[in-house]
Ligand binder design. Structure first.
Ligand code: PLP
Length: 358
């Protein structure tokens, strides 16, 4: 039985995070690995999340509208709940956007190197994907005038902006984004802010509130709920309703909804974790420089590290129970991506690197 033709050209996008089959082959369990390959809060979720989850009734269907969570998010962002859609992680929302807005032949622009799901979801819908690529010799900074030229040249149905960007940790100017949104009213700009809470003083696109902008937020990274899968989209009601129509029912499970509410209420925990992670980054960078590496400056807690062979570097560290992200799938085979973790864990990373390099 042949699947749709687009499926045949689709490659599965590698990600960070444990690959359980690979760990099994190495005789390791996920608990034995320190994971620098996912960009999550290394201090874990608020203890209030576990308490809240313990009370959950699981033989009842979850609220398909995520009402309580959306109300809490609407208070958090000072927006009406009608402008918010809960999702089974931001990943589901990216796929929903493609499913809802793309037809074969539509043009989609991505700003690379970037998160692979934008192109993958768009390819499944038969879209034509154009990829602007930031340059290593410019520290992977976004060249906004080049992007502007691309936007002027072609009419795009969707533009995916990852801000701050994975894997480079570069940030786009919100003034530039606002200008593009105004100049191209027929294009939907999807701004993925999965990592915005890890930055300081970087304004969010949530404030722009144009009819052709959709902001995606993840609660798996800063709130450390990766295993539960939780994200949300913020946009005008027309977009939110259209996305909702494409979404499978009950896609946000009851544990995720309850955990999201508890996590959101404990802002003190979040802020403390973020502060500690920010504080741990500079010493890690300095130690890597001392070992002879040249980490690429970034505006978040994760960063690119040039190495000779990213895949080999990752494999050798994984054998020692340390996981980093091999960046070959971003078109950067001679880099790994490392997310800052707790100071004691960062020390273990440095020790493991010293061992494999000698
Ligand atoms: C930029 C970006 N967006 C979205 C996601 C997916 O996040 P979630 O866990 O909320 O599905 C990731 C995960 O790595 C990511 O890097």
């Amino acid at each position: 039985m042949k699947p749709r033709p687009e499926i045949q050209h689709l490659s599965s996008v590698p990600h960070g995070a444990p690959n359980y089959a690979e760990l099994e082959d190495l005789g390791l369990s996920a608990d034995q690995v320190i994971d620098f390959s996912t960009n999550s809060n290394p201090y874990g979720p608020s203890p209030k999340v576990q308490t809240a989850i313990n009370e959950v009734v699981i033989d009842r269907y979850p609220d398909r509208d995520c009402l309580s969570l959306r109300r809490a998010l609407s208070a958090h962002h000072n927006l009406s709940p009608g402008k918010i859609l809960g999702g089974n992680g931001t990943a589901e929302l990216i796929w929903l956007v493609a499913l809802t807005y793309l037809q074969p032949g539509d043009r989609v622009l991505t700003l690379g190197p970037t998160f692979g799901e934008y192109a993958n979801a768009s390819a499944l819908m038969g879209a034509e994907i154009h990829n602007y690529r930031a340059l290593a010799e410019e520290g992977f900074a976004f060249d906004t005038s080049r992007i502007e030229q691309i936007l002027e040249r072609d009419q795009f149905r969707l533009v995916f902006l990852c801000n701050p960007n994975n894997p480079t940790g570069q940030v786009l100017s919100l003034d530039a984004v606002n200008q593009w949104v105004q100049d191209h009213p027929q294009t939907l700009f999807v701004v993925d802010e999965a990592y915005i809470n890890f930055t300081q003083d970087i304004p969010s696109a949530v404030g722009l509130q144009s009819p052709n902008i959709l902001v995606l937020r993840s609660m798996t990274k800063d709130y450390a709920l990766a295993g539960l899968r939780l994200g949300y989209a913020i946009g005008n009601q027309e977009i939110i309703q259209a996305l909702k129509k494409s979404q499978p029912p009950w896609s946000v499970n009851v544990l995720a909804q309850v955990a999201g509410l508890a996590a959101l209420e404990d802002q003190a925990h979040l802020q403390l974790c973020l502060k500690q992670v920010r504080k741990a980054k500079d010493p890690l960078i300095e130690d890597l420089i001392e070992l002879g590496f040249s980490p690429v400056p970034s505006q978040v807690h994760f960063f690119l590290l040039p190495v000779e062979d990213g895949a080999a570097f990752r494999s050798r560290l994984l054998e020692k129970g340390i996981q980093v992200r091999d960046c070959a799938s971003f078109g950067l085979p001679d880099y790994v991506r490392i997310a800052t973790r707790r100071p004691d864990e960062n020390q273990q990373l440095l020790k493991a690197i010293q061992k494999i390099e000698t």
